[in-house]
Design a protein around this ligand. Structure first.
Ligand code: HEM
Length: 299
């Protein structure tokens, strides 16, 4: 199964490289193929893009960067973390394969996100070598994420499908607004974790594609041209708009994910390093999963 998966990834990568060599993305033509500003067909998305880029994107990113951690800081002060004993029974929930895939995604994001911010605030950082280096790292660390995104999607797909437990979870916001430790209905992943899964996977793939579009400048996607009627420059603008808007959601959810696993649930981060989850944490935060594991004699 895993061997087949690696074969598919290798075939897809080779197909992409083969396609790329056929198009103009490496050659001189990649610039010439882009219509100049003011030429007919070049300006459909121009005013919208200029407005968003000049007035909104950087401010929204700044709002997310300050607002989301601030909300969690207040949550930490008022509600505080959920602390579970680390001395009781543990269950081996994440095997080595799960952990390596996850760690590659985590390391990629820890570079992709800060460097993305340096690009957004390139003016503030004075441009030049520093910002160019950030741009290169942003692209280079997209490669490991691209390699693991499909394996990660497949390894957690079953646990990430929504069900009735999730409706109840949303109604009490997972119990995170209360200090009480009452069992919460959730399987291996709760509704919040499932949301992150879908944003990270579908959003991540959208970021890879829109990013590649901007990086290579001239992908010559005739089908997309025909479908949308957009010129190459407008497709680049559309890619930039999508990349920014999806970026807001991914950054906000990523900060949430790190807050949850490092601060709100004390010590949860160990599960993705060692593979083990604590009995009481599962019993309280994933009660449906706990019942299933207990019936199977695993606790
Ligand atoms: C410093 C970075 C990160 C830390 C500390 C971290 C921590 C964790 C932990 C502790 C879990 C297990 C949750 C549990 O079952 O209790 C987990 C699961 C998961 N992680 Fe991460 N993670 C990080 C980065 C990422 C990145 C970059 C992605 C995807 C791009 C990601 C996607 C997921 C997904 C989809 C799950 C399963 C659902 C969930 O628990 O939210 N993580 N992570």
């Amino acid at each position: 199964m895993r061997k087949n998966l690696l074969m598919i990834i290798a075939a897809l990568s080779l197909a992409t490289v083969a396609f790329a060599t056929e198009s103009q993305i490496w050659g001189e033509m990649r610039i010439q193929n882009i219509l100049e500003y003011g030429k007919e067909g070049s300006t459909h998305l121009g005013p919208l893009f200029t407005l968003l880029q000049n007035k909104y994107f950087a401010w929204i990113f700044l709002g997310v960067l300050i607002g989301v951690p601030l909300a969690f800081y207040i949550h930490y002060l008022i509600i505080g973390p959920k602390v579970f004993p680390h001395s009781a029974k543990k269950y081996y929930a994440f095997n080595l394969y799960n952990r390596i895939i996850h760690q590659v995604a985590a390391i990629s994001f820890l570079v992709i996100i800060p460097t993305g911010f340096i690009i957004v605030f390139g003016d503030f950082f004075g441009g030049g070598t520093f910002v160019r280096m950030a741009k290169n790292l942003h692209g280079i660390f997209t490669i490991p994420f691209t390699i693991v995104v499909i394996p990660m999607a497949l390894m957690w797909l079953k646990e990430a499908l929504f069900n009735m437990d999730d409706v109840k979870w949303f109604m009490i916001l997972g119990g995170y607004l209360s200090k009480e430790k009452k069992p919460i209905l959730a399987g291996k992943f709760n509704a919040g974790q499932k949301m992150w899964y879908w944003v990270a996977i579908l959003g991540g793939i959208t970021m890879i594609l829109s990013g590649a579009f901007m990086f290579f400048l001239d992908f010559k996607m005739q089908m997309l041209h025909d479908l949308t009627g957009l010129s190459q420059i407008d497709m680049l603008r559309a890619a930039a708009i999508i990349h920014n808007v999806m970026g807001f959601a991914i950054v906000a959810m990523f900060i949430t994910h790190v807050y949850m696993s490092m601060f709100a649930i004390k010590g949860a981060v160990h599960s993705i390093i060692t593979g083990y989850v604590e009995e009481e944490e599962v019993k309280i935060l994933h009660s449906t999963w706990y019942k299933k594991l207990r019936d199977q004699g695993k606790f």
